[in-house]
Write a protein that binds this ligand. Structure first.
Ligand SMILES: [Zn+2]
Length: 307
């Protein structure tokens, strides 16, 4: 898989343990239960020790994981993970890199996945004019179709945008009244783009990009401008390992257990209390993705015949 992003909580933690993979200095524990809204756990690098990765996330008090589905096969795998692990949910979409593969069969497969209760968002989908693995025209076509699927299913959108802020805002503006909610995940853009998104009543997902001393500087200033109730947090693992971790990690694979470090960093630059920020982002994620609270499933989307 290509690098993507350059690019209440149900689990008990009493028997959670770390295994030997994470050095002692990287075994964080969040003071508040966290929701990692972007975990690419279907990536090959997790195939060997997925069970341990989920256990370590619980030990770190990262109690809920939203597994990103970036194409049909990975979205189906994400659903399988959601069935296997409590506190794990899936998204289903086609990443802009793979937009050239969009066709009616794929659209039908996606629509079917969006009807599943394990799928809590449409995406990852969007526009990436940074690398153009699919042409801009193909990306816009696939994204437009997925905006339509989000409108039909009533489920929120999980959006990827890179170097396409202006076109993204134009397209979202047209659809904004038809879609329930949307989060721009792994936000790394500038102030104008941020406020454009906030004006469209969107949510913002922040990753460990902010921990990068080479390119995260502008974000350190900007994060203060995101209203607390619009902010969610994510690792985007296995990508975007925070660069300022207090110990070296063999293999340099990011994982959900490292989310507390990212939250601590965001809290620092926002002058928030870490626990308060953690609690707020989890409440927002539970509301945004309509996650079950205390075991009670919430209404997740509406049947397509209603509008
Ligand atoms: Zn992404």
């Amino acid at each position: 898989m290509r690098e993507r992003c350059k690019g209440a909580l149900p689990l008990a933690d009493t028997d959670a343990t770390f295994d030997d993979f994470l050095p002692e200095a990287l075994r964080f524990r969040s003071p508040a239960p966290l929701v990692d809204i972007g975990a690419n756990l279907t990536h090959d690098s997790f195939a060997r020790d997925l069970e341990a990765v989920v256990q370590r996330s619980r030990a770190a008090n990262v109690t809920t994981l939203i597994v990103t589905g970036t194409d049909l096969a990975h979205a189906e795998q994400a659903v399988a993970l959601a069935q296997r692990f409590p506190g794990v949910y899936a998204t289903a979409g086609v990443h802009p890199h793979d937009a050239s593969r969009w066709d009616t069969d794929l659209a039908a497969g996606m629509a079917e996945l969006h009807r599943r209760p394990e799928v809590v968002a449409v995406g990852e989908c969007g526009l990436d004019f940074n690398r153009n693995f699919s042409t801009p025209a193909e990306q816009e076509h696939a994204f437009e179709a997925q905006l339509g699927l989000a409108a039909e299913s009533g489920k929120p959108l999980f959006i990827h945008e890179r170097d396409a802020g202006r076109r993204m805002r134009e397209m979202l503006k047209t659809w904004r009244d038809d879609i329930a909610d949307a989060v721009v995940h792994c936000f790394t853009a500038d102030r104008d783009t941020l406020h454009g998104y906030l004006d469209l009543d969107l949510h913002i997902g922040l990753t460990g990009w902010i921990c990068d001393e080479r390119r995260g500087h502008h974000l350190r200033e900007l994060v203060k401008e995101i209203p607390l109730e619009r902010l969610m947090v994510e690792t985007d693992c296995p990508y975007l390992l925070p660069r300022d971790l207090p110990a070296k990690l063999k293999g340099r694979r990011n994982e959900p257990a490292l989310l507390p470090w990212i939250v601590r960093e965001i809290a620092h630059w926002r002058s928030n209390d870490e626990a308060e920020l953690g609690r707020a982002t989890s409440e927002t994620a539970i509301r945004f993705f309509r996650l079950p609270l205390n075991g009670e499933p919430q209404d997740n989307g509406r049947p397509p015949q209603e509008s």
